[in-house]
Design a protein around this ligand. Structure first.
Ligand code: NAD
Length: 422
């Protein structure tokens, strides 16, 4: 196991996150030393994952875990299985997690992990062997009080169960609080699956009331119909909004009269994607982003809004379900056009907030009803969204800059109280 701690300031994928960080750091008048500390990962770990394929052949993959900050508590962040996983990417995502946990006031730092692999070429048995080796390599540095992973791209509750079991076997005691996003049967939380989409809707409805958009008169378009997008769509519909556009990797569907979201969900459950969905006119994903709607929710990929796509947006409110969907150039355009943006670190923090609730329930050994989870989620998100809005009003800043300002200020205060142990 190679353990390194190198500055991440020049890492390319950091670009957008660093740009947003700098704007808030300027507003807070942070000195150069504090900026250096806040942009340097506390620990980066790279290790080999040798494993045996079902055919008997041996392969070696590379695993990563980056623990960016422990200032406010154990590191927290998902594990990604994807061919594009690199140390740069994992570091950038761990940096983001630091601000996301701080902005909703969770007692966590920021972390992220990954394995460079293509899960579509692996059997379940192979994925289990990779996961168990990945967990075993991290036994000394993860734990309920050290670092608490969770699912991310291509990792599932089953994978979290294997991670938890491997860790528990090594430490010789049951430790469900070592990971979140577990199946309900072994310490998962009710409400976790819908939590990110629910958080998107909670933030959106609150901001809609602020800018005078009544739910019954509002139209919503959503890019991406996966875990975040489909539950957000369903909850918008439940709250009386008209969902006029949805999309996934196969294309987009628009219906001015409103799309029947449960029908779209049933279609995806049956066929795997929205391909062939008859509840709206087929358009391109680019057309969806430029379509007439009041609220636009990117819930698929990063860098969706560039200078070109942002210029065509007609929505009044953008709610970032995805991580990093808006480039700094697009953000400037939204500002000029007066489009309000609820930034990713706030808008999609519902998932990590219910992960926090899962960790709390595991440690208590007492599990809440779904209604309690949802109520606490709403309280956490709204309290912090209101605080962000107050900062924005006082300083004349956007919600994004205000969110970073709140998050960075909380981490700085924790660091200063603890002191730098040198
Ligand atoms: P997912 O894999 O469940 O769904 C992704 C959806 O996006 C799918 O419907 C896919 O078809 C669609 N998509 C992919 N490429 C597309 C394209 N080019 N155009 C339109 N649609 C496309 O993923 P998810 O968990 O819903 O995550 C979506 C985003 O939200 C990611 O940025 C993720 O990092 C972020 N996020 C997820 C969570 C969570 O709890 N799941 C939490 C915070 C942030």
């Amino acid at each position: 196991m190679a353990v390194m701690a190198t500055p991440a300031r020049e890492v390319s994928v950091f670009g957008d996150a660093i740009a947003y960080f700098k704007e808030a750091a300027d507003l807070l008048e942070l000195d150069a030393g504090m900026r250096r500390i806040l942009t340097s990962p506390a620990r980066q770990i790279i290790f080999a994952i040798p494993f045996q394929r079902d055919s008997g052949e041996f392969e070696v993959y590379t695993g990563y875990r980056v623990q960016f900050s422990f200032a406010r508590g154990p590191a927290k962040g998902g594990i990604r299985y994807h061919p594009g996983v690199t140390l740069d990417e994992v570091t950038a995502l761990a940096f983001w997690m630091t601000w996301k946990c701080a902005v909703v006031d969770l007692p966590f730092g920021g972390g992220k992990g990954g394995v460079t692999c293509d899960p579509s070429t692996l059997s379940m048995n192979e994925i289990e062997r990779i996961t168990r080796r990945y967990a075993a390599e991290l036994v000394e540095v993860v734990g309920p009080d050290k670092d608490v992973p969770a699912p991310d791209v291509n990792t599932t509750p089953q994978i979290m169960a294997w991670f938890m079991d491997t860790y528990s076997m090594h430490v010789r005691q049951n430790q469900p609080g070592v990971v979140t996003g577990k199946p309900l049967e072994i310490g998962g939380s009710r409400g976790r699956v819908e939590a990110t989409g629910r958080g998107v809707t909670i933030c959106a409805l609150d901001e809609m009331s602020e800018i005078g958009l009544q739910p019954e008169k509002a139209t919503v378009a959503i890019q991406g119909f996966g875990n975040v997008g489909k539950y957000a769509a369903k909850l918008f519909e439940e709250r009386g909004c008209r969902v006029v556009g949805i999309s996934d990797v196969t294309g987009a569907y628009y219906n001015q009269e409103g799309i029947y979201v449960s029908g779209a969900m049933a279609h995806v459950a049956q066929f795997g994607t929205l391909e062939g969905f008859k509840g709206g006119d087929k358009i391109t994903n680019a057309e969806l982003l430029a379509s007439p709607c009041d609220v636009l929710v990117p819930a698929a990929l990063e860098k969706v809004f560039t200078a070109e796509t942002a210029a065509k947006v007609q929505a009044k409110l953008i709610v970032e379900g995805a991580n990093g969907p808006t480039t700094p150039e697009a953000d400037r355009i939204f500002r000029e056009k007066g489009i309000v943006v609820i930034p990713d670190i706030m808008a999609n923090a519902g998932g990590v907030t219910v992960s926090y609730f899962e960790w709390v329930q595991d440690r208590m050994g007492y599990f809440w009803k779904e209604s309690e989870v949802n109520q606490r989620l709403e309280e956490f998100l709204l309290a912090n969204l209101h605080e962000i809005r107050a900062i924005g009003n006082a300083r004349g800043a956007t919600l994004r800059t205000s969110a970073y300002t709140l998050a960075i200020d909380r981490v700085v205060k924790a660091l200063k109280m603890r002191g730098i142990y040198a």
